[in-house]
Design a protein around this ligand. Structure first.
Ligand code: IDP
Ligand code: MG
Length: 139
């Protein structure tokens, strides 16, 4: 499996607060290129399916509500070592623990409404990319 793609979403909080442009600028400046992108909205069903791995966690209901509460930007990003480098760029899940200068430190509201998603493995990057994009939508 290649290690050059990751999947991201700019979450509803960051879209609402007008930070799509600032976040995309950070992504590009960090050396990622965009292979696919769309402005879209997840239904509750789709959000539940995307986060099914967290079904048993206490925050699952809240997470599904939040992720279906407004539009998002979904994108596939390309860079060598994409998954790990993107996790470094976004910072820890909880913005209070996120390193200074990371996307979550700058733009997240709290541990739930934390501005961006980033894949956690090459395998999940592929699964998540396929969840949102057809092969013909990747460039
Ligand atoms: P990650 O997004 O940094 O990979 P995960 O543990 O995979 O973090 O959790 C997925 C998403 O679930 C988080 O990005 C966040 O939106 C939400 N979440 C995680 N932990 C909590 C929590 O303790 N309370 C509320 N929401 C949470
Ligand atoms: Mg995760």
């Amino acid at each position: 499996m290649t290690n050059n793609i990751t999947f991201t979403m700019i979450k509803p909080d960051a879209v609402k607060s007008g930070n799509i442009g600032a976040i995309l600028k950070m992504i590009n400046e960090a050396g990622f290129t965009i292979k696919a992108m769309k402005f879209t909205k997840l239904s509750k069903e789709k959000a539940g399916e995307f986060y099914a791995v967290h079904k048993e966690r206490p925050f699952y209901g809240e997470l599904v509500e939040f992720m279906s509460s407004g539009p998002i930007v979904a994108a596939v990003l390309e860079k060598e070592n994409a998954v790990a480098d993107f996790r470094t760029l976004i910072g820890a899940t909880n913005p209070e623990e996120a390193a200074p200068g990371t996307i979550r430190a700058l733009y997240a509201t709290n541990v739930g409404e934390n501005a961006v998603h980033g894949s956690d493995s090459d395998e999940n990057a592929q699964i998540e990319s396929n969840f949102h994009f057809a092969g013909t939508e990747l460039f």
